[in-house]
Write a protein that binds this ligand. Structure first.
Ligand SMILES: *Cc1c(COP(=O)(O)O)cnc(C)c1O
Length: 376
């Protein structure tokens, strides 16, 4: 069994992918070929924003957004303590200071009450200027943007939606990657919409930021790439990856999102009452980047992992270490006081195989194995 079965996916759409890849090689426009703009238009339309700007990966996408806002030294940027490293890494890379905020136990997403406490504390201390918040749509479920935007307005913060895991999710009729002032996603192969290498994109309705990001991603170009008006990056999405994504996108929208929701429902049906199953809030829809259960404690998790391993079922702990305990951040001494929930989650979460190609039989096998480990 695969944790995320990219090989099965390829077999399912092989003729289309092979044709698209051959076309790119025949055309020879490997950088900024027409497929890149075509993809950007398609994704902007799907998400419901004015601009989609593709780039080299999801980490650069976040960095480009911060660069367009001139976030830098002296600025505080609020990030969840429970997320992938890149969410906070880009803040430090931009020269600003990440402030770690605890998450909600139920949704794994940033805790808005603790966010407001942290913003107030930073304001009162006066050492850093609160500048932005980066909510993450963790494991596929959008963060609570209604509450986040209220706080952002009150304290004049930019909202940067890290939708690396969120693409395909929604709140009501609004799609993930439309909630932030700027939003980003990643096309890393194992993400909900993945390519065959690295890739990413930035989404925004704002003309000025979109223009700055288009410049920053090509060496701070002015009228062309030999006219340089800013210090930027080399961060483009290859034509090959865009061509692959164009084919995968249709399949993702027509089949994969629904199937992932089906798999999640099946798991929940079988596991509810045995372990703590993930919950999706009313009016919210998850893209199910991960299906993450919570065990009673570390030793119970060990037991379940051992049992799964014995049956050849892959599982992963996302994430085993809170960001504030990463060595790379050891010199940052501006912890918001209470990061307890993140610490508990790091000790108890476990992500099970989740992808659109799991069969009913495989779902049963995984669930029964978890149940066996717990009930003996
Ligand atoms: C994967 C991921 C990123 C980074 O994306 P890359 O394309 O790997 O650079 C950022 N944030 C979160 C939450 C992610 O899961």
């Amino acid at each position: 069994m695969e944790f995320r079965d990219l090989k099965a996916q390829y077999q399912c759409i092989k003729p289309k992918i092979d044709k698209a890849v051959t076309e790119v090689m025949t055309q020879g426009a490997f950088i900024e070929g027409k497929q890149v703009r075509e993809l950007e238009e398609k994704l902007a339309e799907y998400v419901g924003v004015k601009y989609c700007i593709s780039c080299a990966n999801g980490t650069d996408a976040l960095l480009l957004a911060l660069m367009s806002w001139n976030v830098g030294a002296g600025d505080a940027v609020f990030v969840p303590d429970f997320t992938f490293f890149a969410t906070a890494e880009v803040v430090a890379l931009a020269g600003a200071t990440p402030v770690f905020v605890d998450v909600e136990r139920d949704t794994f997403n940033i805790d808005v009450n603790k966010l407001e406490q942290a913003v107030r504390r930073i304001k009162e201390e006066g050492k850093y200027v609160p500048k932005a918040v980066i909510p993450v749509d963790l494991f596929g479920q959008p963060a609570d943007y209604e509450a986040i935007k209220k706080i952002a307005q009150k304290y004049q913060l930019y909202v940067l939606e890290d939708g690396a895991q969120g693409f395909g999710g929604s709140i009501g009729n609004a799609k993930a990657c439309s909630f932030g002032d700027i939003a980003t996603t990643s096309f890393f192969p194992a993400k909900p919409l993945g390519c065959y290498g690295d890739g990413g994109a930035v989404f925004t309705d704002n003309d000025e930021w979109a223009e700055a990001i288009r410049s920053y991603k090509v060496h701070g170009k002015g009228t062309d790439k030999y006219d340089n008006v800013r210090i930027g990056l080399n961060s483009r999405l290859d034509t090959m990856q865009a061509a692959i994504l164009l084919q995968k996108f249709d399949h993702f929208v027509q089949f994969e999102i629904d199937k992932c929701n089906y798999v999640a429902d099946k798991y929940t049906e079988l596991l509810n009452g045995v372990v703590e199953v993930p919950t999706v809030k009313k009016y919210y829809c998850s893209g199910w980047a991960q299906y993450t259960i919570k065990l009673a404690d570390t030793s119970q998790r060990e037991k379940v992992m051992k049992e799964l391993k014995a049956e050849g079922i892959p599982c992963v702990v996302y994430y085993s270490k809170p960001l504030h305990r990463q060595k790379a951040f050891q010199d940052i001494l501006n912890m918001a006081e209470d990061l307890q929930t993140t610490c508990e989650l790091c000790d108890t979460v476990l992500s099970l195989p989740m992808h659109p190609y799991l069969t009913d039989e495989e779902i049963r096998q995984v669930a029964l194995c978890v149940i066996k480990a717990i009930r003996g």
